[in-house]
Design a protein around this ligand. Structure first.
Ligand SMILES: Cc1cc2nc3c(=O)[nH]c(=O)nc-3n(C[C@H](O)[C@H](O)[C@H](O)COP(=O)(O)OP(=O)(O)OC[C@H]3O[C@@H](n4cnc5c(N)ncnc54)[C@H](O)[C@@H]3O)c2cc1C
Length: 296
């Protein structure tokens, strides 16, 4: 099974995409339309997030396994420690392996109440993602990735400590890192600099959500845990009553963000897709990140 590192060694820059597990048949159909539409563009990998509830977990596992079994895509399965004992985590990892999945994003997870809640580890589980990296890495030949936070994780006291935590996850065996959504490329680049200054050179992918609607802006703020810069919100506010104007302006801004990151030599851009493909395909086309590029 191809790993994320194999894909990043084949060519750069690339793009990758993130999906969430569908909650019902209708959402599943939407997701599979997006997967099939993105497949010919040859993303380096596609990842599926891991939810907190039992049924959501089953859907993550099923969806990732189906991507591994029925598509040409390289899947990355997310795994969080929320509510899981170590024995249960080992079981899920075994299930991933049995379905041909070799790439795992090892994450602590948010408390059931969301990012603002207080983290309570399972009595027999993991406390920090670093332990998850070791657990997954100790179970076989997995390519393990971790989450990174350009603005610092919301619980962290300061950027330096948070960067050090990321370094510890990498030293524990993580081979790549995917960053939380960040509106300002400079914030991402500063994180990259902080890592480089500590001798870490694993691929670090910036996270971008195409800004097509007010909902995508709200969702980006929610996920990133930081307010959008006033220049961006001010500009997009002009299109409050004009959805197509908002989409055009948002897509231009997203494209400019990606262009800046690519000009700085990032190995690829990781798109948070909300299980839709149209905007991602459009931006991949604008940036020439699709397969035609490798043939050029
Ligand atoms: C790319 C990406 C994908 C994600 N996918 C999912 C998903 O699929 N499902 C989901 O529920 N959530 C997901 N999240 C959200 C994530 O679960 C939360 O942000 C969570 O609060 C932190 O997870 P982590 O792996 O970064 O944890 P950690 O690395 O453990 O960090 C959590 C906090 O603990 C601190 N810390 C870390 N190690 C130590 C230590 N040894 N001692 C003291 N403090 C420490 C960190 O500084 C940080 O403040 C994702 C986030 C990103 C960026």
């Amino acid at each position: 099974m191809t790993t994320v590192l194999d894909r990043l060694a084949e060519r750069r820059p690339v793009f990758s995409v993130e999906f969430f597990p569908p909650r019902d048949d209708a959402e599943e159909a939407v997701l599979w339309t997006a997967i099939r539409q993105l497949e010919p563009l040859d993303p380096a990998f596609v990842s599926v997030t891991y939810g907190a509830g039992g049924s959501s977990r089953g859907r993550t596992i099923r969806t990732t396994a189906r991507i591994a079994g029925e598509t040409t895509l390289v899947p990355v399965a997310h795994l969080t420690g929320v509510g899981h004992s170590r024995a249960e985590l080992r079981n899920v990892v075994g299930w991933y392996a049995g379905n041909g999945i070799r790439n795992v994003l090892a994450i602590r997870g948010d408390p059931p109440g969301g990012p603002a809640g207080v983290w309570e580890p399972h009595p027999d589980g993991i406390t920090h993602a670093e332990e998850m990296v070791r657990l997954v890495g100790g179970l076989g030949s997995f390519c393990v990735g971790v989450a990174a936070f350009p603005h610092g994780h919301p619980d962290s006291t300061d950027l330096d400590t948070d960067t050090q935590r990321l370094v510890e996850k990498i030293r524990a065996g993580a081979r790549f890192a995917v960053a939380q959504i960040c509106f300002e490329p400079e914030q991402f680049l500063r994180l990259r600099d902080r890592l480089a200054a500590r001798g870490c050179d694993v691929p670090l992918l910036p996270g971008v959500m195409p800004l097509t609607t007010k909902r995508t802006l709200t969702k980006s703020v929610e996920l990133s845990g930081v307010a959008a810069p006033p220049e961006l919100t001010g500009w997009l506010a002009r299109y409050d009553d004009d959805p197509s104007g908002f989409r055009a302006a948002g897509m231009d801004m997203t494209t400019r963000t990606c262009e800046r990151l690519l000009a700085e030599g990032v190995p690829g851009v990781h798109f948070y897709t909300l299980n839709r493909s149209t905007a991602t395909r459009e931006i991949v086309g604008r940036l020439d990140l699709g397969p035609a590029r490798s043939a050029a």
